[in-house]
Ligand binder design. Structure first.
Ligand SMILES: Cc1cc2nc3c(=O)[nH]c(=O)nc-3n(C[C@H](O)[C@H](O)[C@H](O)COP(=O)(O)OP(=O)(O)OC[C@H]3O[C@@H](n4cnc5c(N)ncnc54)[C@H](O)[C@@H]3O)c2cc1C
Length: 418
């Protein structure tokens, strides 16, 4: 390299920071720009409830979590696998462990120590940070435009890595404001839509259910529905009643087909099995057992274990005649219909789907139509359930984009970043 190439990384989340690391290791001068007062705000939030950084399951199962985008993500994971990610974290001095579900966490479950150690190492390797710099696209002479505390500034760079995130939790910085900027340059961007999100029930809950039971979990239930093509989806787990509908891990896991079915047909009826471990005949026998002077609630609580939010949901959905008919009640316990009308807004979702389509990118994640501009992280058009798959793909794509940018600027030691 004759003079030091300058690469701008825009977006200081996990994808951008990983690109910055690879670029600095390869000998480029790296400037990281972020709109927020500090880098990695969503990454820190991910650590609040216990940061699930990746998953230990076999690679075929892992890759399958990316659904239709599995082929595109596979090549990223081939270059930086979940195991390599774990080793990278350990090299930062952060121990990891595999939880009982196979999920991988930092030993203390937090993101802050990891981010702190990482930012320190990046600064030591010469990466310069420019916070409160909001990217605004390009000027007519091809410079990067930023709104900064000093007003609008223009920056020239030999290559750019965009790692601007999706559109969930916009107050943490990723607000999807980049979509029109790239679309104006002819980049094919799939609309950003909620992923890993809750859903509103048609007509909303009654005031009684909302005020008394919103926030309460329904433990070990099964949710089943047919998508627009008639394919049945079924899963068991835990969901939560929300102010407007349902949310929680079971709902997030089915969020993509639920969202797409609602988009295709306007609403979707899901069947909730409140007692998935009990055979239907057993439920009929329990419910039909003479209850004497006992109320229906105490009868169902003692014979079938239906109480609290489960009982409230039955009362909310079933007409009185059905509640008092044991056969129909037993059927409803195994298959309670709930109509979902809409996903919750993307701002509330854990992640977003949509983004820059892989067809618009080459194998190093460079935009085919904008040479020298690379994209990484959640702003790419893929989605995955929770379980560490989100962060893993962000890290792996950041690495790929960083290596691509290194090659693009012709750094001699491009391979050292791999
Ligand atoms: C509550 C919650 C919990 C989560 N928990 C987990 C978890 O346990 N495991 C997991 O795998 N994933 C989790 N995620 C998802 C994960 O945090 C994200 O997928 C990941 O942070 C995305 O990384 P990224 O680098 O692509 O984008 P981001 O982390 O969103 O970073 C993008 C950066 O770009 C900046 N930016 C945006 N626009 C501009 C602009 N115009 N100019 C300058 N800068 C800009 C933003 O300020 C931001 O810093 C969670 C998400 C949430 C909301």
């Amino acid at each position: 390299m004759k003079t030091m190439s300058t690469v701008a990384v825009i977006g200081g989340g996990p994808a951008g920071l990983m690109a910055a690391e690879v670029l600095a290791a390869g000998g480029a001068q790296v400037d990281v720009y972020d709109a927020m007062p500090s880098a990695g705000r969503k990454f820190l939030l991910a650590g609040v409830g216990g940061m699930n950084i990746t998953h230990s399951e076999p690679s075929e199962a892992f890759v399958s979590r990316y659904g239709a985008r599995a082929p595109a993500i596979r090549s990223l994971l081939d270059a930086f696998s979940p195991n390599a990610l774990r080793a990278w974290i350990e090299a930062l001095g952060i121990e990891t462990f595999v939880g009982s579900s196979g999920r991988v966490f930092p030993r203390d479950m937090k993101a802050a120590p990891l981010l702190r150690a990482w930012l320190h190492r990046l600064r030591e390797s010469g990466v310069r940070f420019h916070v409160r710099h909001r990217w605004q696209g390009w000027s007519t002479d091809g410079a990067l435009r930023f709104f900064s505390p000093l007003g609008e500034i223009h920056v020239a760079a030999d290559a750019v890595v965009l790692a601007l995130g999706g559109a969930s939790w916009p107050r943490l910085g990723s607000d999807g404001g980049w979509v029109p900027l790239l679309a104006a340059c002819g980049v094919d961007v799939a609309p950003l839509v909620p992923a890993n999100c809750g859903f509103d029930v048609a007509g909303g809950w009654s005031a009684h259910l909302r005020t008394r039971f919103a926030g309460q979990p329904l433990k070990t239930v099964a949710l089943r529905f047919a998508d627009a093509s008639g394919r049945t989806h079924e899963r068991r787990g835990e969901l939560m009643l929300s102010d407007t509908g349902i949310e929680g891990s079971l709902v997030y896991a089915l969020a993509a087909p639920l969202r797409d079915t609602i988009a295709a047909q306007g609403a979707v009826v899901v069947q909730l099995d409140l007692l998935p471990d009990k055979h239907p005949e057993r439920v009929v026998a329990d419910v039909s057992h003479p209850r004497g002077a006992r109320s229906l609630s105490s009868h169902l609580a003692s014979r079938a274990g239906i109480r609290g939010a489960k009982m409230a949901l039955l009362r909310e959905i079933l007409p009185p005649g059905e509640l008092s008919d044991p056969a129909r009640l037993a059927h409803a316990i195994k298959s309670l219909p709930i109509t979902l009308a809409a996903p919750r807004p993307v701002a509330e979702a854990i992640s977003s789907a949509g983004g820059v389509r892989f067809e618009a990118l080459d194998q190093h994640l460079m935009l085919r139509g904008l040479h020298g501009v690379f994209c990484a992280g959640e702003m790419l058009d893929w989605e995955a359930p929770t379980g560490g798959y989100l962060l893993t793909a962000c890290f792996a794509s950041g690495r790929m984009a960083g290596q691509g940018a290194l090659r693009y600027v012709g750094c001699e030691n491009a391979s050292s970043g791999s």
